[in-house]
Design a protein. Structure first.
Length: 421
């Protein structure tokens, strides 16, 4: 940023600060609070959900990544290099969300035999970057998941394999949380379901509940357990055992975190509407912030109405200590570092938009039954100079202001990514 541009940005922020103050909003308090909210950045955007267990393997179990943009990460070091670049373009302090298939080992390791040592490289890297670390068992893209059934499989041997994999994942996450000094969120998602109408909807759910009970039996004090639902998937259009109702009930019973994925519901269902309702009954939520287009296609997060509604719910209700925000998308048609950067910066912008809303005035008008004022204030807030406040947040965190980060991505693409193919 040039000296003249910096002076201009500082002036614009000073003016915005005064305008917001006139509306009863403290921009300094908003900036301080935003800096305390980490986003868990998903590793799988960087290599199209390939992982390092079997780099030549095919993605399956209802997952699909489209596009062939050059320069995807092929090794753990390349993936970490790309993540470091993305982190340098994103203001604030964040976390990494890692799947079990991203282990590091010189010899093949079956998923039911993974150990903390296979992820020590990631732990050490996160410590060097001063970021937290979250984890996920990978119950997909494996020969024992080819028929679409894992924890609900009627085959006891297959079911036990996945139970043991999830158990091992919780042990690994607990060690991650212990070493890093920040609890790891471990999220369990399975693809289990049927393409056509099942004859028995109850039995798979009974097996799933029993499997989860076994998985969660051992205490993991440095780990936060979460369970994730889905409405349907490729090859499981008619029935998914792990429905929202199933996992909501299970999370309430076990008092664990419930994961709400923005792409895992009907297109007219919004997870922003579910946040306050679910938190009355479960201790914590994990959000997978994504953008479904017509179906759960996991597009890069844009600053759309649902993202603004999700982020507003978090900050307006002061529940950021109970809501873990993670991203979940994979787009191989665009630069992968840019995808991370766009998604996280938009999520932070959404949170800032909520923090800059005149919440006290809106609630006062609502309690008084003055819905006219409520609507008027909500609409006026939309055209307040949030951009100037966002630029100030970026500047204070030594992050590129405006679209200047795109030039850095292009340079990185030319000097690093283009050399991989």
């Amino acid at each position: 940023m040039t000296e003249s541009t910096l002076t201009q940005a500082t002036t614009m922020y000073s003016q915005a600060k005064e305008l917001y103050a006139a509306s009863g909003v403290n921009t300094e308090a908003a900036l301080e609070r935003l800096a305390t909210i980490p986003i868990s950045i998903h590793c799988w955007q960087g290599d199209d959900v390939g992982g390092f267990e079997n780099p030549d393997g095919k993605l399956g179990s209802g997952l699909a990544v489209t596009g062939n943009y050059p320069g995807k990460a092929r090794t753990p070091d390349e993936l970490r290099q790309d993540l470091e670049k993305a982190l340098s373009l994103i203001p604030g302090s964040h976390r990494l969300n890692l799947h079990a298939i991203y282990l590091e080992s010189d010899t093949p390791v079956e998923r039911n035999e993974i150990e903390p040592k296979h992820f020590q490289g990631w732990i050490d890297w996160c410590k060097s970057q001063h970021i937290g670390l979250d984890f996920n068992p990978s119950c997909f893209s494996h020969p024992l998941a080819d028929n679409g059934l894992t924890l609900t499989s009627p085959d006891k041997g297959i079911r036990q394999f996945w139970i043991d994999h999830c158990k091992a994942s919780r042990v690994i996450a607990d060690e991650m949380g212990k070493q890093i000094g920040s609890k790891a969120v471990t999220n369990i998602w399975i693809p289990d379901g049927y393409k056509d109408t099942p004859a028995d909807r109850m039995a798979p759910r009974q097996r799933l509940k029993a499997a989860l009970d076994e998985i969660l039996a051992a205490p993991t004090p440095n780990n936060i357990d979460a369970v994730e639902s889905k409405l349907f998937g490729i090859g499981s259009e008619a029935y998914v055992a792990g429905s929202h109702e199933f996992y909501l009930g299970y999370a309430i019973e076990k008092q664990i975190a419930l994961c709400l994925d923005a792409g895992h519901f009907h297109p007219t269902e919004m997870i922003s509407e579910k946040i306050s309702a679910c938190l009355l009954y479960v201790p914590e939520l994990l959000l997978h912030v994504s953008r479904g287009v017509r179906w759960d296609s996991d597009h890069v997060v844009t600053l759309n109405d649902e993202l603004l509604a999700i982020t507003r719910e978090i900050v307006a209700n002061n529940i950021e200590d109970r809501v873990h925000v993670g991203l979940d998308f994979f787009d191989a048609s665009i630069n992968r570092v840019a995808a991370w950067t766009i998604g996280v910066r938009n999520t932070l912008r959404g949170l800032l938009t909520g923090l800059l809303e005149p919440t006290a005035q809106l609630r006062e008008a609502e309690l008084a039954g003055d819905y006219t004022s409520r609507l008027a204030l909500q609409e006026e807030a939309k055209t307040m100079p949030i951009g100037a406040v966002w630029d100030e947040f970026c500047r204070r965190h030594d992050s590129p202001v405006g679209s200047s980060w795109l030039g850095e991505v292009r340079n990185y693409e030319q000097s690093v990514l283009s050399q991989r193919d």
